[in-house]
Design a protein around this ligand. Structure first.
Ligand code: ATP
Length: 512
């Protein structure tokens, strides 16, 4: 039985072998936490982005999109709090010279205790037929002792961070006797705060005033354009502005493939509301976003909400939609009630009014904001990791198939002449010409038909159209379904209607 870890490794190598994701600049041995999307990856990513965009912008009359520049005036990041507060606590091991996030070292330590608890639970579950897990967790002495230890650690860590007491964070690491995984020693430096923004110089002058940052989130491009969009689009509150684009963070702990990257893509929507109504809208967007995720068909059991106890500097309520990745439940999307923090600060730093005149109330105010923010690459990983299946077929043979929702699949159909002769390729080419304006299709005449089906399964092509000798007689082809592997015979005229029923994005949008 393959472990989740093995499965994850298989997904990563499949991604590379089949042109979904390559390590960046691989010929120079790659760069950690930077990846390139290959020929099929770029299509899947585009289709996921399109689905998000259509669900946000096309399906909501009061949400419009923008595309702001990556570079922004440096004061933007002062106003947003990123220059002062977008930090990770770092610690170095003096022997291995390796750098770690102090919070991750502590979290990993806590995860080990949690694993011990799970082991106790598993052992007990095997022993008793009528096992009550909740009861066991609340009464078993060993579990309670472990749980107490976890709570103590979390409390100490939380209060140290809240007080900005980095010496206390280091002391916690020393008290827990955490060792460097590389050198195995406890020879730690002090903990320091490390800003996650990448800085670079604009133009040729290198004084501080020419420092610009690669944006760490797309949201600020929306805030600074709030009035431009509101006025030029005559938008009435509540309304939203959506944007997709690259964001950059100098992540120290970069691991888990495309889950945590230094250059990634966000899909964000800022919803501007009347102050005092933000909690209603926060609940509204929580539900709406979850519904959107469920429409993707990745399995209801793979999602859960996680409410933030410790709020970011800008929020008065926040939660994550977590997804069960191959390495456990982790944040996929954040939904944040950001109050008027950003717009008010931009008012302060720019000296410009960023207010909305409410004609119903006959007064101006700074709107409150509810944000939905999702990482496109994380969603890509969620789609890919649930789609990847190694299946054993009835005849004992195996196939690797990507069961991606048909409307998101990179290649929509493959057109395959059964033989490379007898006029079959010519008919297949004609079908290609017919379908190419609507769908990304592939023509393949090489190897036996079974082998060609497998190649299409491996990249998730939902339909294969096979042209055979019967086609020459009655103008019919076979349409093979990737998931059921069933083939049906239909006329070339029927083909288009059949495909559009499954392949267009409206299919998914109608479920929302
Ligand atoms: P995490 O706690 O995992 O670092 P975050 O809370 O810092 O994430 P946000 O600032 O809320 O993340 O960003 C919104 C979304 O952007 C996240 O839900 C995630 O999907 C995505 N995201 C954030 N950082 C990265 C990254 N380094 N690589 C890929 N996606 C990311």
């Amino acid at each position: 039985m393959a472990t989740a870890e093995d499965l994850f490794k298989d997904i990563i190598s499949h991604s590379k072998e089949y042109g979904f994701i390559f390590p960046s600049s691989e010929i120079y041995d790659g760069m950690s936490a930077v990846y390139d999307y290959g020929q099929y990856g770029v299509e899947l990513k585009k289709n996921i982005r399109d689905y998000w965009w259509k669900a946000m912008v096309q399906m909501n009359e009061n949400i419009v999109g923008i595309d702001a520049a990556i570079f922004m005036h440096p004061t933007t990041w002062k106003a947003s709090g990123h220059v002062d507060a977008f930090n990770d606590p770092l610690i170095d091991n003096k022997d291995s010279k390796k750098r770690y996030r102090a919070d991750v070292l502590i979290e990993d330590y806590v995860a080990k205790i949690e694993a011990k608890i799970s082991k106790e639970v598993e052992k007990a579950a095997k022993r008793f037929a009528d096992f009550d897990e909740a009861m066991f967790r609340s009464t078993n002495a060993r579990v309670l002792e472990y749980q107490q230890k976890i709570d103590d650690i979390n409390n100490r860590f939380k209060s140290a961070l809240e007080a900005g007491d980095l010496a206390a964070v280091k002391q916690l690491i020393l008290d827990l006797e955490i060792v460097c995984p590389v050198s195995g020693t406890r020879n730690w430096t002090d903990v320091r705060q490390f800003n996650l923004m990448f800085a670079t110089q604009l133009g040729s002058v290198t004084d501080e005033s020419s420092t610009v940052y690669l944006r760490p989130e797309t949201a600020q491009g929306i805030f600074v354009n709030f009035l431009n969009v509101q006025k030029s689009g005559r938008m009435k509150i509540p309304f939203g502005i959506a944007q997709t684009g690259k964001a950059f963070r100098n992540e120290i702990v970069a691991r888990q493939f495309i889950f945590r990257m230094r250059e990634f893509e966000q899909m964000e929507m800022q919803y501007f509301v009347k102050p005092g109504t933000e909690m209603e809208w926060y609940e509204f967007w929580k539900e709406k976003r979850m519904k959107w995720h469920r429409s993707l068909g990745l399995g209801e059991q793979n999602y859960r909400f996680h409410d933030h106890l410790k709020l970011a500097h800008y929020a008065n309520a926040a939660c994550d939609i977590e997804f069960q990745f191959p390495f456990g439940f982790k944040e996929l999307e954040g939904i944040h009630s950001r109050t008027d923090f950003d717009l008010s600060n931009h008012e302060k730093y720019s000296g410009r009014k960023l207010q909305y005149f409410d004609t119903e109330e006959n007064r101006s105010y700074v709107p409150y904001v509810v944000e939905t923010s999702i990482g496109l690459d994380r969603l890509f990983l969620a789609v890919l990791s649930t789609a990847y299946k190694e299946e054993t077929l009835e005849d004992g043979s195996t196939r690797t198939v990507l069961r991606i929702a048909p409307s998101l699949a990179p290649v929509k159909c493959a057109v395959l002449p059964l033989l490379k002769k007898d006029g079959l390729p010519e008919v297949a080419r004609k079908i290609m010409d017919e379908l190419m304006p609507d769908y990304l299709c592939q023509y393949d005449e090489k190897d036996a038909i079974g082998k060609r089906y497998r190649r299409q399964d491996a990249i998730g092509t939902p339909f294969c159209i096979t042209v055979d000798h019967q086609t020459l007689q009655d103008n019919t082809v076979t349409l093979r379904n990737r998931d059921t592997m069933q083939q049906e015979r239909l006329s070339i005229e029927q083909l288009k209607a059949q495909l559009s029923e499954h392949l267009s994005l409206s299919h998914l949008l109608r479920k929302l």
